[in-house]
Design a protein around this ligand. Structure first.
Ligand code: GLU
Length: 468
């Protein structure tokens, strides 16, 4: 049997972290078993579904690298098929037309609530003739007795009494099919073997199993994944900050860090924290996902992000960084090569936004000197060392790290001072106090012309202060 999983978002908003985690789990399960992962857009709610949301979902999936083998399939393209099933149900007496007025349904509901009963339709139109040409809905005839039992791969055995369920609407008055019907028909037609979804759908599962049974079909395996809570224990929502995955991209997160974070939300493998995609595919198992909700922890995500920025191939980080550099109005195609700057700076940043900030200094036309730092570093004692270094750098023909290193050390020796007396003002002159790596590398990457200009600016600054 080929394992087939799916992700079936409703396009009523962006791809949020809860959805992304469900998609990841489904994707991993398919990849682990050499199966297929299908994307289905559940857009039957015409009022709330938007093209922007579809695009946001597709963009999020692409950014995370959750590539699908089939789809995207759109439910709005499949109305004929849903109607075919509904007509078959009507013909076989497994569904019926209902024209109960709204007021009656409301009264029924109120009475049930007053009696502390779960509100449910009472089957009034079962066996009644309802004019097919007048407005009506179609209801599925749910069995009235017995239990629906299924073995959930996350939650174990789950049972629902049929007496708790009612005859749910499968086609609205406007002729559109409803979620529980469409999902069943699609999972069946798309040969889905494993349904992995949020546990907010747990109550729908017995209804879907009953519909499947009425079609004479077997149910797939179900896994209901617990929800994600915010740091404060409430269900994760916009209130907790970024919840759409593209916001994480804009905030400077690496997709691999977010995936690593999401896989660990409710799942673990010993005390391992870092998982490459290959390791996730190898080790992840839906049956080990925790039943209890997990809490989103931004600090931990940031820690993972820092880890990936540091350990990923600098070429990949530079690739992801370039759009953030662009937002700072910097063209990273200019000297120095961004990949070399990244290799030096990566360990100093928790996010690509921070990294962009500390890489930008190598591309700016001018360096800014903050008051406090300049007062400390750019003093009269620095004039001599800066002048000497400037002179030697100016006549350096072979602009290499080694030669720059030799110059800085040579000047300290020549002046009979400790390295810091030369290095500290020089570093400040070049970077304006932005953290960077080894000084010779910092100067090297700044380039000859810019280094000389910045030293001149620092010398000018000292002179200005001395005469003030
Ligand atoms: N379309 C549903 C949702 O976005 C998911 C349906 C399912 O996974 O069965 O919540």
């Amino acid at each position: 049997m080929t394992i087939r999983t799916r992700f079936a978002p409703s396009p009523t908003g962006f791809l949020h972290v809860g959805g992304a985690r469900t998609a990841l789990f489904s994707w991993l399960y398919a990849r682990k078993h050499g199966g297929k992962f299908i994307l289905r857009i559940e857009d039957t709610d015409l009022e709330r579904s938007t093209t922007e949301s579809v695009n946001a979902i597709l963009e999020g999936m692409t950014w995370l690298g959750l590539e699908y083998d089939e789809g995207p399939f759109y439910q709005t393209h499949r109305f004929d098929r849903y109607n075919e099933v509904i007509e078959q149900f009507l013909d076989a007496g497994k569904a019926y037309r209902c024209n109960c007025p709204k007021e009656r349904l409301e009264k029924l509901r109120e009475a049930q609530m007053a009696n502390k009963q779960k509100p449910r339709y009472d089957g009034q139109c079962r066996g009644q003739h309802v004019d097919p040409d007048a407005p009506h809905v179609i209801r599925f005839m749910n069995p009235q007795d017995g239990v629906v039992v299924f073995d959930d791969m996350v939650r174990g055995k789950v049972a629902f009494q049929n007496s708790e369920l009612d005859d749910l609407i499968i086609r609205r008055t406007d002729g559109s099919p409803t979620y529980n019907l469409t999902v069943v028909v699609d999972d069946l037609d798309m040969d889905i073997t494993h349904v992995i979804r949020g546990d907010d759908h747990l109550n729908n599962t017995p209804r879907q199993i009953n519909i499947l049974k009425a079609m004479g079909k077997q149910a797939p395996r179900y896994s209901h994944v617990p929800m994600i809570l915010g740091d404060d224990g409430a269900r994760l929502s916009k209130r907790h900050g970024a919840v759409g995955v593209m916001q994480y991209r804009d905030d400077g997160y690496l997709p691999e860090a977010l995936l690593n974070y999401l896989v660990r939300l409710g799942w673990s493998h010993g005390d391992q924290e870092i998982f490459s995609l290959d390791e996730m595919i190898e080790l992840f198992d839906i049956e080990n996902v925790n039943k209890a909700p997990s809490s989103f922890n931004t600090e931990k995500l940031l820690w993972l992000n820092q880890n990936y920025i540091k350990s990923d191939d600098p070429a990949r980080v530079a690739h992801l960084l370039s759009s953030h550099m662009g937002k700072l109005n910097i063209d990273p195609a200019k000297w120095p090569p961004l990949v070399q700057v990244v290799a030096m700076q990566a360990e100093r940043a928790k996010s690509l936004l921070e990294l962009a900030d500390i890489c930008a200094i190598f591309y700016r036309d001018e360096v800014e000197y903050g008051e406090a730092g300049a007062k400390k570093q750019l003093r009269l004692v620095a004039v001599k060392p800066l002048n000497k270094v400037r002179e030697k750098l100016a006549s350096l023909e072979d602009w290499s790290r080694e030669n720059i290193h030799a110059i800085i050390h040579g000047v300290a020796d020549e002046l009979g001072v400790k390295m810091g007396k030369v290095g500290m003002p020089l570093r400040f002159a070049i970077t304006g106090g932005v953290p960077s790596g080894d000084l010779d590398l910092t100067v090297y990457l700044t380039g000859k012309e810019a280094s000389l200009e910045r030293i001149d600016k620092a010398l000018g600054y000292i002179q200005q202060r001395a005469t003030d």
